[in-house]
Design a binder for this molecule. Sequence first.
Ligand SMILES: Nc1ncnc2c1ncn2[C@@H]1O[C@H](COP(=O)(O)OP(=O)(O)OP(=O)(O)O)[C@@H](O)[C@H]1O
Length: 490
Amino acid sequence: MPSLSQLPHQNRFARLPEGFFAWQAPDPLPAPWLVSANLAAARLLGLDETTFTGQELLNLASGNQLPDWCQPLASAYAGHQFGVFVPQLGDGRALLLGEVLGPEGHWEVQLKGAGMTPFSRHADGRAVLRSSIREYLCSEAMHGLGIPTTRALALVGSDLPVYRERAEPAAVVVRLAPSFVRFGHFEWFYARQQHDLLRQLADYVIDHDWPDLRDTPAPYLALLQRVIQRTAELMAAWQAVGFCHGVMNSDNMSILGLTLDYGPFGFLDRYDAGHICNHSDHSGRYAFDQQPGVALWNLQILASVMLPLLDRDAAIAALEDYAPQFEAAWLQRMQAKLGLAGSQPVEQDAPLIEATLQLLQQQQVDYTRFWRQLSHVGRQAGTADLNLRALFQDPAACDAWLQGYRQRLALTSGLDDERQAAMCAANPKYILRNHLAEQAIRQAEDDRDFSEVNRLLGLLAKPFEEQPELAHYAEAPPDWAAQICVSCSS
Ligand SMILES: Nc1ncnc2c1ncn2[C@@H]1O[C@H](COP(=O)(O)OP(=O)(O)OP(=O)(O)O)[C@@H](O)[C@H]1O
């Protein structure tokens, strides 16, 4: 087994021409402490419990001593932020260290919070402990939920003060992804009219991540179509699980369709289609129910900046495929949540799905708990009904809905046990609710006690399993005010 300092690598992004990035060494965190090391992610790199330990990890994560395979750089990108084009963004606090060849694929390794870069503008290049804990936990929670995401390898902190509204401890998250290319990387070259570099970027994504597209008649169109498909699938996954990203600027849209940049995100507690998790989003541009539409808006930007490589009409036709792709993927996920997967054409269940969401909204029902409780309900009324009713303001509304649901179930074949098991695999018991993250942050900040971070990491890796000893983590927040995140600014 190789150690962290000897990992096989192939730093392909670093071989791209000048204009793609700036070389930049990390500004080391002084006297770093390890908050958490994630063995599940380390295995992706070919490490195990004997090689993923101790000082080497701390040295890499804090930027104090990088292995020889690292060639740290900050990449250049632009982006539309809240609908406004910003020509220069770039990695202002993230550094790409290199690309490791793991046993089952390549992984780019990034530090987030490693100090200033040429793209930092007027900011400090740092991340604070509280927002880093949120990113670390949520990326692994999303992976546990089966939702495409960047991964988190490790989290380190330091007493170095970082000034936000108050002085806070600094931190660095070590992130992994097959690629960190964003829509904004394409916008960067288009805005500078560097169409040859735009083409090189598209070639890079194809060769690096989707070489099968090379054999298609129009590889750049196929690339756009692939991004559209992956984005539609990602939005379906977010909407089905109740995840609100909060800052869907085009620079936060991953070309691979990964969830990227965990800032003011939030999972829905009670169901509210219009929920806004980002306090600076005054117009609700990134509200929960706006996400699929905003993703299309961002895809339109991407298609427009790829036009030097594309036939215009073909690009428009590709964009027209987004809505049906999203709709089909979302209905399929919702049908599975209802325990009706594959039992009739998915469109026929659309009215039931819509009616269910309307009821949840009207009754202010906890979204995650509703689906999990429903997973225990049988074809005949039973004790599981009582737990479901308890989630409603008006239990009679639950009874009426259950009656209709059971009529629909009667049209399906199969045993209750099998359906319930399939529903428990579609409806998580555990999500990273804001109040859980808050608790872990408080212990880490106040006492330098990271046990709660690590407990949540383990819990959220298996969100569909019962884990009875931790069942209280599935409870709704003590009061609905917990929906308001006090730790989500960066
Ligand atoms: N503290 C900071 N120092 C320097 N640059 C920053 C800082 N915070 C944000 N930026 C930069 O501002 C822009 C928008 O920030 P945004 O919050 O979307 O990204 P981020 O959280 O820093 O990182 P990422 O998108 O890589 O997860 C990016 O160019 C980012 O690098």
